[in-house]
Ligand binder design. Structure first.
Ligand SMILES: Nc1ncnc2c1ncn2[C@@H]1O[C@H](COP(=O)(O)OP(=O)(O)OP(=O)(O)O)[C@@H](O)[C@H]1O
Length: 252
């Protein structure tokens, strides 16, 4: 994306963002209101940018035909994910596969594989309304990966998962990131440290930092800012450096 700008009435949620994302797991970090969801919604083609250009899987997202192709090859888990509570897990994930225009003959196996990958094989015929919050979140992840997407967008996917599930989920992320472009927005820097190949830190609609989790950790180790873990200190140090008036960084 180049010069990406997103405006919500008077708020400029993203301001001239240039970002190129390749294969791998990209962690999107930032304080509340930084613009993470706005960015993911534009990439998911559910929101239109106010300016700039976004190209996904070689297609222009402002072009109607381009958008159709992008949607077929995209997986998206929104922050608040809508589902039909009376559907079973199998029915719901199959419904999404149908929306993604997966060939009918491939749907049953694709649904079973996606559900197994999120660890819900034993609940595949349970109605979604009977599942716990963390399980519903995992159904959300299953529907996002059912079409083996080239681009997978996950907005706060670990919210509601218990520690064991989070560890398993990170493993799944690493697996998916080996062949797809995965973008994960999160407040949990440990998830980034464990599963991401690259980190983008947003602040007030702009990119405050880009680098590897290792580089962010090293930044934290060299700083004396707040945080219990070096990567948390790296997060605060990068934010502070971005917010400091130009020319004062060296003095901090
Ligand atoms: N529908 C909307 N109408 C008006 N302002 C909005 C709307 N959606 C987002 N905003 C504003 O745009 C800015 C970016 O919001 P966004 O939800 O993208 O941030 P975020 O980084 O995802 O935040 P969080 O971590 O809280 O989810 C914020 O100032 C927010 O108040």
């Amino acid at each position: 994306m180049t010069g990406l700008r997103v405006r919500h009435r008077k708020t400029l949620a993203l301001d001239s963002v240039d970002l190129a994302l390749g294969t791998g797991v990209h962690g999107l970090l930032g304080p509340n209101g930084a613009g993470k969801t706005s960015l993911i919604r534009v990439l998911a083609t559910v929101a239109q940018p106010s300016g700039g250009r976004v190209e996904i899987v070689g297609q222009d997202s402002t072009d109607q035909r381009g958008r159709a192709e992008i949607r077929r090859r995209l997986g998206y888990l929104p922050q608040e994910f809508g589902y039909y509570p009376g559907f079973t897990v199998r029915e719901f994930v199959a419904y999404v596969a149908w929306l993604k225009e997966l060939p009918g003959a491939r749907v049953p196996a694709a649904v079973e594989r996606a559900v197994a990958r999120v660890g819900l094989a034993d609940r595949i015929d349970a109605k979604i309304k009977t599942l716990s919050g963390g399980m519903v979140r995992r159904v959300g992840i299953a529907q996002a990966i059912v079409n083996d997407p080239s681009v997978l967008l996950l907005d706060e996917p670990t919210a509601g998962l218990d520690p064991e599930q989070r560890v398993e989920f990170r493993e799944l992320l690493r697996e998916l990131g080996a062949s797809a472009t995965v973008v994960v927005s999160t407040h949990l820097v440990e998830d980034v440290a464990a599963a991401c190949t690259e980190v983008t830190l947003l602040d007030r609609g702009r990119i405050a930092y880009r680098g590897t989790p290792e580089a962010l950790t090293a930044l934290g180790a060299a700083s004396h800012g707040p945080g219990d873990h070096p990567i948390e200190r790296g997060y605060t140090a990068a934010l502070r450096a971005h917010r400091a008036p130009r020319g004062t960084e060296a003095a901090r």
